[in-house]
Each structure stands twice: as structure tokens, then as C-alpha cells.
Design a protein. Sequence first.
Length: 592
Amino acid sequence: FNVSGVETTPFDGQKPGTSGLRKKVKVFKQPNYLENFVQSTFNALTPQKVRGATLVVSGDGRYFSKDAIQIIIKMAAGNGVRRVWVGQNGLLSTPAVSAVIRERVGVDGSRATGAFILTASHNPGGPNEDFGIKYNMENGGPAPEGITDEIYENTKAIKEYLTADLPDVDITAIGVTSFGGPDGQFDVEVFDSASDYVKLMKSIFDFESIQKLLSSPKFTFCYDALHGVAGAYAKRIFVEELGAQESSLMNCVPKEDFGGGHPDPNLTYAKELVARMGLGKSNSEVEPPEFGAAADGDADRNMILGKRFFVTPSDSVSIIAANAVEAIPYFSAGLKGVARFYTFLCSPSLFCVSMPTSSGLDIVAKNLNLKFFEVPTGWKFFGNLMDAGLCSICGEESFGTGSDHIREKDGIWAVLAWLSILAFKNKENLGGGELVTVEDIVRNHWATYGRHYYTRYDYENVDAGAAKELMAYLVKLQSSLGEVNEIVSGIRSDVSKVVHADEFEYKDPIDGSISKHQGIRYLFEDGSRLVFRLSGTGSEGATIRLYIEQYEKDPSKTGRDSQDALAPLVAVALGLSKMQEFTGRSAPTVIT
Ligand code: VG1
Ligand code: CO
């Protein structure tokens, strides 16, 4: 093949957000739009990461992915990349890409040093919906801010991109296609999307004990992939490896438009699962399963449900952390031997959460005598800590949970972690005795550690100017705690005092980099918190996120309905921020 430079001019707004560049498909389809971003990424990498390198290119299978993969293959060849690895049909979940970078060895013994992941995650897909792209580094994690800033700078000055005159490559069949170019051979290797990931999961969890649980008639299970890429893994893992019934899988055929739905695993969008689990307005006569879970489009998020019971993501990560050593071989002496166990006992900080996540894990960490880190929103901030051995279990309130087995959050891992805990707690109960349920585990956790009532209000697609003004107003307001407390007590006299307010700023303890403006926090005397921040994953307008949290230590008061318990704080948050006045919205788009 021949390589040529194609002249181009910059597009505005190609700044990667919390997790890559996400825009409407129509925006991505403009001539040179994707090409500019890909070339800007190549130009931001050191030459060894491009010339002669092996790159993974795949994603959640959303509309426009197949075209994008062909474009990127040609540009990779044009930029001197030696090999491109593609999951069959272009499918790889975000956690699987991370696993492939870290673990996979190619047919010719090669290893990958990076990946383009094609996904807009939980955003809808289809010709009128969203597409997205992000670059992951050789540790398997999202490019850090230093790189994404450079990519953005490059997009503002780009004049040319390189591409090769290759034919389209068949990505439906497993195998290697080779081409000869000016620098020698270029290969495209298409491989099974699931096997590397399945192998990794089997090395972390005790599949035999999970299989006993899943095959017990006492335990019923269902999993909803919301037509995202998780479907490509669910059948292999839950049905073929662990013996769940095929009928326990819902929406597990990946679709380009996610069946027209919103592939976001929460109580609003995972309607079918929510009904099947006996939550919401279902009045079905059928007894719900004991356990249900869902994933987002790229399978890095998870929602965990028990029978008629919702587990908040903040509780979920705390419970996994509190039970990990006992229930999951990876965290006990099992897998990595004494070294890992020793680290677990001695490391000063193994748990990490993003700032808006509830302080629940903080309390577990204190109980286990471990410190923990609080990072800004977005998984890219966990990577450095993990690489330095300072973080092994981490989570975000946004249905993201994971560990240092890879450098992305991992939806199926979270489900396997919960199944492991259930299997462990029910070791003796599967034959006779009463099943310890998801709800039992959560209520026991609250009894031991107290409960963090938690809710998030999202105001989606708000006018960007109005959202900025609201944030600016809150920044200004926080400088005078006296004024804040006057407003607070004027709204609800039963809410405690604000003792601290700030704009969250993070200094990475490993590379010293500083991330500013990561959300405005109001901290109350009784441990309650309000956090306001702007989303970095939307594709249109602005999304305001409001996080509301209240800690209850008294075991007799941990069983309340969370919206009831939080009502006073919600009123304070809305009043303090003048939410309706700024946004014109009397209610949020989504409550989770
Ligand atoms: C949201 C979540 C954040 C998560 C990010 C990517 O970001 O709040 O916790 O890491 O999505 O998740 P934001 O900036 O919109 O609040 V995913 O599953 O979209 O890769
Ligand atoms: Co996702």
C-alpha cells in the first residue's frame, strides 16, 4: 500500500471529556472529523508508541463503529503502526480492552501498547445519537490529563493526517490479514472478543463456588446487558462457564442502537430488569429472582439488585471491599501469593473512590485500619495509584466498580464479586438452611458501618451558559459560610450547619499533576455533603449533577426510604443553588 498525507483544517470542541471525545454521530461523520482526532492522538504519543507498535481498535459496537474501525486501521498503517488488533466484529468491552492491552499475546508473540476504544458508554446509539472515542495507554488505562490536553492542543492546529490506501479489512472472521507497505509488513489481527477477558476473570474468582451457587435451585439470577457489548461476555461467562440458565439473560444481543434504549444501568433506564426484580411499579405475580444486574453500553458500569431491593453503587463498592479478602481469591493469599496478601495488610491505602462517591468506603477503610484516596470523577485518576500499588479496590457513585486487575471499571467483575460474596455467605446454606440474600448483606453492612443515604440528581441538557452561571454563583457563595448558613437555616432548620465549602482540587500523589475545578462541595457538621459538578460526558448542552449524602450511624435509623431521609437536604441543595431560577427546571431529568 501507499501512504499519503491528506490536508485538513481544525474543528472546534475536540476536547476529550471525563472519558474521551463524545459527540453526535452526525458530528463524527463530517469529513475529517474522526481523522483529525485520531491523528492528533498519534501526534501526542511518543514515536515508539506509534511506529512499529501494536494497537487495539474496538468498542461497544454502536452505530458508526464499523466505519470508524476501517478509518483507524488505514490511518494506523499510514502512521507506521505495525499491527492492529480488532475484537471480532469490532466488539470489545472497555474492561476487555484494558485486559487485552495488559494480558494478551498476539499470534506472533506481540503485545499491545495502546488502544482506541470506540464508545460513548451509557449514551444512546444510532444515526441520531452518540458516538465516542478515547485512547488508552500501555497500562490499560485511559490517557491521563497530560495526554488528553496535548491531544486537544493538536486538534486546534492540525493541518494534515496520514492514511494508507488499504482495502477494507474483514473484521467478522478471526485471523490475520497482512499487507506490505513502505515500512514493511502491516497486520490486522481479528481475535475472539471474550477469551482473554474470560481467562482473566477465571484467575480472579473461584468459578467453582459461583457455579455451585448459580446451579442451586434456591438461587435465581438474571442479567441485563441493555443490548450493549456486555452481551458478548454474559453468555460465555454466566451461561457457559457458570451454568446459569440461558433464560436468565436479558437483552444480551449487542445492537448498534441498543434496541433504541438508553444503555445506562440505573433504576430509570433499566426498566425491564427493574420490573423483573419486583421494584418500581411492577405487579407481576412471578416471584422475582434473588439477584439481578445490568451493564451499560461498553460494560464498564454495573447495577446490582436483590429481590425487590436496590444496592446503591456507593454501598456496593464498600461491601465488596469489606468482603473481598474472604470471598475473592485475588484478594486473599490465593492468586498472587503472599506478596499480595502482605500488601493488603500493610499498604496504607488500598481503597479509592471518586470525590462525589459516598464516604461509606472511608468508614470501611477506617475499620480495617486502611487509609484511602479520593480522586476526581473519572477512572483515569485511579490508574497512577494502581500502578504504584496504592489502590486495589475502587468505585464511583455512577455505577462504576473495579480493582487493579485492569485499569478500567468493570461491570462483569462487579457482578462476579457480588456472586462470590453470596457464594461465600451461603456455602453452608445451599443444601439446607435459609439463603443469605443481597438485602441481608446490605442491611448487615449498614448495621456494622452505619448507612450513607445517597442520591444523585441530574439535570441533563441544560443551557450551557445557565449551568456555568449556577456554578459560578455557588463558587462565590461558598466563600462566606455565614451567608451560606443563614440561607440553609432559612430553608430547613432541621439540617445541620455547613462547616466547610470548597472547590475540589486534586494533586496526583504519583506524578504531582494538579486537576482543578472538580466540583463544589458543601460539607455539613453531621457528615452530610452536597456536591455540585458539571458532567464531562454529555454530547449536547450541559448536565448539572447534584450529589446528596447523609450519614446515619444509629442502627435503628438505617432502614428508611432514602428519598424520605434525604428530603431536607434536597430542599437545601435546591434552594442554596437556586436551581430552578438558573435552569428553569422544576425537577431533575434523572434521579439515581
Ligand atoms: C460520568 C460519571 C463518572 C464516570 C464517567 C464515565 O462522568 O459521573 O463517574 O467515570 O461518566 O463513565 P460525568 O463527567 O458525566 O459525570 V462511562 O461508563 O461513561 O465510561
Ligand atoms: Co461505560
